[in-house]
Design a protein around this ligand. Structure first.
Ligand code: FAD
Length: 331
């Protein structure tokens, strides 16, 4: 049995430090500018692609790292740099996780490189689940996918999609048999330039502003059979089991969320860590009544509580990420 340890594996530490350097030297200096512009920071994505930080290879290595801690560690560092730019860099990972988690080996090999592109020709992907009446309640999706000959035809409205409408590759979760709830849903890759998929409203946000969040409208959007992630046979077998009241295993949206939600929590830890560090510096620098305000117990204790909560949050995130990777259950 492996010796118990809370130390990060060496390769995770190496990548963490490398990503931290990028966050400090490339992201932070331009964070305010892109936050004000409220646009995808293409030059930053370009820099990241050049050094291999925005690439299919890096994301695959990070996702598959055996401890499960690489993705949260990378996310924390990027979001420590800036949440908006962090999400602009990580947003593609959602579509990629959906393809990796639900696709056949051929679909993975075809579509994941298309999600990233190459330095000089950057691409984006979007994972579109949320709808006006289906956020947490994923089983309530109204977007429909109907088989028509060898094609699938999708109709519906997606909201709040990161890179939605500006992505090259969209992954859409749609209902095939609404009576089965989330067990009757499937994920579809919509290739670049497919007629019937258009960008709707771009959200104006209070934060995370360098990341595009928008509506995606599907109006008779027709895709060939190979765009159904996992393939027809697998979907039919799963729905048949569901109709017989048997267990169906993974569900299209949930399997992606299980892999990616701890990463979102790690992003929040990165934001909180940055906020704590700004607060700490300010408390040391700001003087009132002839001394730095950190010399007042109420300020020092507040900062100590913040640090403690950060540490607790990170440990919970790492535990959830490890459980996701090890398929372990809570006790
Ligand atoms: C910056 C940003 C990026 C996003 N990117 C994507 C994306 O790429 N793709 C995508 O599909 N979606 C995306 N979303 C949408 C996001 O996934 C949804 O906002 C989220 O699923 C919550 O849904 P909702 O906003 O409809 O909240 P609701 O589901 O309406 O929930 C509202 C509140 O009620 C609480 N609540 C709901 N149900 C329960 C319950 N049963 N018990 C207790 N409390 C409950 C929730 O926790 C929440 O606090 C993004 C959102 C943001 C803000």
């Amino acid at each position: 049995m492996a010796e118990f340890s809370l130390e990060l594996p060496e390769d995770v530490v190496e990548v963490r430090d490398w990503v931290h350097g990028f966050a400090d030297e490339v992201i932070r200096p331009v964070a305010h500018e892109w936050d004000e512009k409220e646009e995808t920071p293409w030059p930053v994505l370009e820099e990241a692609a050049k050094i291999g930080l925005y690439s299919a290879e890096s994301f695959a290595t990070w996702f598959l790292e055996p401890s499960g801690l690489m993705m949260p560690v990378v996310s924390e560092e990027l979001f420590w740099g800036d949440a908006g730019i962090g999400l602009a860099l990580m947003g593609t990972g959602l579509g990629v996780a959906a393809i990796a988690g639900n696709g056949t080996p051929e679909q993975v090999a075809t579509w994941i490189p298309e999600c990233f592109g190459t330095p000089g020709d950057i691409k984006l992907s979007a994972f579109c689940v949320t709808e006006p009446n289906a956020g947490s309640d994923v089983s309530n999706l109204r977007t429909k996918a109907v088989k028509d000959g060898d094609d699938w035809v999708l109709n519906g409205q997606k909201v709040f999609a990161t890179n939605g409408g500006i992505a090259d590759v969209h992954v859409i979760v749609a209902s095939v048999d609404p009576e089965l709830g989330s067990r009757g849903q499937a994920s579809f890759v919509i290739p670049p330039g497919t007629p019937g998929l258009t960008a709707g409203k771009k959200e104006k946000k209070h934060g995370i502003r360098a990341s595009h969040t928008g509506e995606v409208l599907l109006d008779d959007c027709r895709v060939p059979a190979e765009c159904l992630l996992g393939g027809d046979e697998k979907l039919e077998a799963r729905m048949a089991r569901a109709r017989e009241g048997k267990k169906t295993g993974t569900q299209a949206a949930m399997s992606t969320f299980e892999a990616t939600r701890p990463i979102v929590a790690a992003q929040a830890v990165g934001i909180a860590r940055a906020a704590f560090e700004f607060a700490l510096d300010y408390a040391k620098e700001r003087e009132a009544f002839g001394k730095p305000i950190i010399m007042n117990q109420s300020i020092a204790f507040t900062l100590a509580d913040m640090k403690m909560e950060l540490d607790c949050a990170r440990l919970l995130v790492w535990r959830a990420s490890w459980m996701g990777r090890a398929r372990a259950s809570p006790r």
